[in-house]
Design a protein around this ligand. Structure first.
Ligand SMILES: Cc1cc2nc3c(=O)[nH]c(=O)nc-3n(C[C@H](O)[C@H](O)[C@H](O)COP(=O)(O)OP(=O)(O)OC[C@H]3O[C@@H](n4cnc5c(N)ncnc54)[C@H](O)[C@@H]3O)c2cc1C
Length: 425
């Protein structure tokens, strides 16, 4: 088999790219996925929030902020059309003290710089927040009524069906093992040829780029985000999503929040527990994988993080919240004092983020796109990546067209969103 474009990864990013390519071009496209379905990993193992980009630094996270802004309405239209769970829950991002309040003031500026309307964000003092949410205790907060909750797994699945109708071929249960020149070899002993490869392999995308001699100066770490579900009788304690200003601002994680999911359930989380591989959903991964990850930490750029006391403090705090439900509840109790550990009866579905570490030992803030003559690799595609996927993938497709790698066709096939209105560059 030979394809014009082969996409590795049936997550939300690979599927949205395949969707645009199938609708706008006549190229022969395939999506390669090692699982037997789409969205088996981060794309359905997440918080499910459709984020408004007020908390994203407009200098350091420009691309993903713009993509999130543009994608909100695209997802909303698509979810409504296909009757996919969507709830306009709204978010309150709270400050617990005066210094965090200054961060909220900065977020208000970032929000408008990232294109949000001033009316999308309201700065509330603690009395106004108590009127809205009597069980929340804080110094102040930003209320963003635009934030919504959805199921990114369902959105990805529906989009994959439409991509398939437009001609995309899906190679499920095909695990990429080796890529040589323009041939991909799979673990099931099959192989395919391609003209151009797009690597959207999520937590494994850096490994694939390295296999092709790219991204040598980067390494990565994997952090599991765990959740706890609240028993239904306590779910109405708070009606809005509650996020807090992150205590460790230089690391790409938010502290555990109160989440109202689109299916009506309520959870707290996620934490950020370091684990050995992108799919270690319980425990800390197998012994050999852990040893190999430790080897990378000792030899790679992440080694520098081991000398960063703030990072070590974060890691120890997150490990405690993994081992003990009480530790995670204690954190959320700081702003919802009425909750008790016994209200949380089962764990939610954990997901794993894979941030990229630069050679200086810092977390790379923005998504990394690396290109060779026959491949494009998207690495560090982290939150709010699910929110931004439709517009970000349109931007990538436009870039590929501008550089002559793909050819947009005038006779486009049916598609839900207006490509020409998306200018996420
Ligand atoms: C805990 C958590 C909470 C989050 N919360 C939010 C949120 O509320 N809102 C938001 O917008 N974003 C959120 N995100 C971020 C968002 O989920 C991700 O940015 C997005 O899902 C990434 O999609 P992806 O397609 O790049 O990766 P993935 O969904 O991981 O897809 C990659 C795919 O590649 C496949 N693959 C990997 N290696 C191979 C191989 N060798 N051969 C074949 N296939 C392979 C995998 O099986 C996988 O299906 C969250 C993420 C996490 C982990």
């Amino acid at each position: 088999m030979k394809f014009d474009v082969a996409i590795i990864g049936g997550g939300i990013l690979g599927i949205t790219i395949s969707y645009w390519l199938s609708a706008l071009t006549n190229h022969k496209v395939c999506v390669i996925e090692k699982e037997d379905r789409v969205a088996a990993h981060a794309s359905s193992r997440n918080t499910g929030v459709v984020h408004s980009p007020f908390y994203l630094d407009p200098q350091k996270k420009k691309k993903i902020a713009k993509a999130a802004l543009q994608s909100h309405d695209l997802w909303q239209t698509f979810a409504k059309k296909h009757n996919i769970q969507w709830k306009d829950t709204g978010t309150i991002e709270i400050a617990l003290d005066e210094s965090q309040h200054h961060t909220l003031e900065k977020y208000l500026k970032w929000g408008t710089q990232n294109g949000l309307a001033e009316s999308d964000l309201q700065l509330l003092d603690h009395t106004q927040i108590t009127q809205r949410e009597p069980n929340v205790k804080c110094h102040s907060g930003i209320y963003c009524k635009k934030d919504a909750s959805t199921s990114y797994g369902m959105l990805t699945e529906q989009l994959s069906l439409e991509s398939k109708q437009n001609g995309t071929q899906f190679l499920f249960s095909h695990m990429v093992q080796k890529i040589k020149n323009n041939t991909i070899f799979f673990a099931n002993k099959k192989s395919i040829e391609f003209d151009f490869l797009i690597n959207c392999a999520g937590g494994y995308s850096l490994d694939i780029a390295k296999q092709l001699g790219l991204a040598r100066e980067y390494s990565n770490l994997h952090f599991r985000g765990e959740y706890w579900k609240i028993a239904p009788q306590y779910a109405d304690l708070v009606g809005t999503n509650i996020y807090t200003v992150a205590k460790f601002a230089s690391f790409p994680f938010l502290d555990p929040h109160w989440i109202r999911r689109a299916d009506g359930t309520v959870e707290i989380g996620p934490n950020a527990v370091p684990v050995s591989d992108p799919e270690a959903y319980s425990g800390i991964g197998g012994v050999s994988k852990t040893a190999s990850k430790l080897g990378q930490i000792i030899s790679g750029s992440s080694k520098k993080l081991l000398f960063n006391s703030e990072f070590l403090s974060l890691v120890s705090k997150e490990w405690k919240s993994s081992i003990s439900k009480n530790a995670m509840v204690r954190h959320v109790k700081e702003f919802i004092p009425k909750i008790k550990p016994q209200y949380f009866t089962s764990r939610g579905t954990a997901g794993i983020r894979t941030p990229i570490i630069t050679k200086n030992g810092t977390f790379l803030p923005e998504t990394l796109e690396l290109q060779s003559s026959n491949s494009l690799h998207i690495i560090n595609y982290n939150s709010p990546g699910a929110t931004g996927a439709p517009a970000y993938s349109a931007y990538l497709v436009q870039q590929l067209s501008d550089s002559g790698i793909i050819k947009l066709d005038k006779a486009q096939k049916p598609h839900a969103w207006n490509f020409s209105k998306l200018d996420s560059a």
